[in-house]
Design a protein around this ligand. Structure first.
Ligand code: F6R
Length: 242
């Protein structure tokens, strides 16, 4: 595991965008695993800027996203699909048919989870997976649990998460109660993993994930076993790691 210290959020974003750019230049037909949330926004902005300067070409790139809410469609502004269109796909020359996000509108959980696993395998696996880190050490929607769940699966969101998400929806009924997520095994199958972390509020999660023992109670700790992980975190996020 390589741990790279960045000065701040902007520096973290540039360094991570450099790693993704290098992957794209070395293998223009790369399969890149993507994350949503606030952390990767700066990375997507930086990649867009370099694309606009003519330094990057997304025309042969394929992407697979980590997760999606169940029960809302790609046009819903709260969907992860919408987020990806807004922050990256609509801004660069990627072919939309080469971008994949779990289908939140598929009611049939088993079918959707198997379809997504097969899709990733059919693409030849993920070359580089980008991850963010949750405050409780989650990656994707893999929350602390008694066991690591291997493959893509459907998770029930905690009451706390549902309540926190309520502000984005008109009523509590509209807030998604479940989500599809790549499993820990799916994530660990990526040939390379890049995890980005910013802010002092993540320092405890960083320490538990990378400075302590591996446990399903801290899902990101499993990354210690992956052969090619790069952690790019700012000083604040690394402040509790010895
Ligand atoms: C999103 C995802 C989540 C986030 C994590 C951190 O696709 O997989 O695991 O990476 O919740 O979120 P932010 O970046 O908003 O702190």
């Amino acid at each position: 595991m390589r741990i790279i210290e960045a000065q701040d959020y902007k520096d973290m974003s540039r360094k991570a965008a450099n790693v993704i750019s290098a992957q794209m230049i070395l293998k223009p037909e790369s399969v890149i695993g993507l994350a949503t949330g606030s952390t990767p926004i700066g990375v997507y902005d930086q990649l867009t800027e370099w694309y606009k300067k003519g330094d990057l070409d997304f025309s042969k790139i394929h992407t697979v996203n980590l997760d999606e809410y169940k029960g809302i469609d790609a046009e819903n502004k709260q969907s992860y699909h919408y987020f990806m269109n807004q922050h990256l796909f609509s801004r660069v020359n990627i072919e939309l048919q080469n971008t994949f996000v779990p289908d939140g509108m598929n009611e049939n959980q088993n079918e959707e989870c198997q379809r997504y696993e097969k899709l990733i395998a059919g693409l030849g696996g993920v070359d580089l997976q980008l991850l963010g880190l949750g405050h409780n050490g989650h990656i994707g929607f893999n929350e602390p649990a008694e066991v690591f769940v291997k493959q893509t699966h459907c998770v029930s969101l905690s009451e706390k998460t549902i309540q926190a998400n309520q502000r984005f929806f008109e009523s509590k009924e509209q807030v998604p109660k479940q989500a599809y997520t790549m499993g820990i095994g799916t994530i660990m199958s990526a040939r390379k993993i890049l995890i980005i972390i910013s802010g002092e509020d993540k320092a405890e999660a960083v320490k538990k994930s990378f400075g302590e023992e591996i446990s399903p109670h801290v899902p990101a700790s499993i990354l210690q076993l992956h052969h090619d992980v790069t952690v790019i975190a700012d000083k604040a996020a690394l402040s509790k790691l010895d």
